[in-house]
Design a protein around this ligand. Sequence first.
Ligand SMILES: [Zn+2]
Length: 222
Amino acid sequence: MYFRVIEDARSSTLGYLLADLDTLDAVAIDPPPGQEALIGALLDERGLRLQYVARTHVHRPDHADCSALCAHSGAACVAGTEIAGVPAVLRLGQGDTLVFGGEVLRVLATPGHTPACVSYQWRDRLFCGDVFDVGGCAVGDSESDPGLLYDTLTLRIFALPGETLVFPAHRLKGRTVTMVAEERRRHAHVAGISRESFVTGMAFRRTVRPRIAPAPDGRSGG
Ligand SMILES: [Zn+2]
């Protein structure tokens, strides 16, 4: 088992490199833009082959273009949606699996932050992109859907074992890892209200909070 966190401070993004050290097959999840050289060096260090570049979600426009990494490494790009500029994206949905060596990534459809967000479950870990950027969903752009986010949180994410380690695409309140049980507690207000109330509350937040300018990392409100 091989696991490395790749953080790009400039864009405030977190990516992950996983590998099976027996077969040397590797997967990069949400590789931060501009980190191709670092990822290449990490692969070379262990003699790893990058089999997949897995994206949890893609904004339009895409500020985390992975086409250079895919082209240079020969890795297949996988995501829940098509990606402009990246040919032959392998589209994944709920229940799909990605096998690399003797390891398996299980795909969960987790829409809300964007319509085609997916999360990847590997061993005791979940890579969920911006699923927990609930506030960002409220003030986000037309890509977000609070109703779908409510379903994702209550039916998919919080249903996972509480011990599941959660690795987001951006730091959560300064932290790079949390647990499902901890996020359940932090978002207890979500589980305690109806879908309709959640959507209404988000709509209210949208009216009282001004639409924020794009973050330095290019995210549009998350
Ligand atoms: Zn996002």
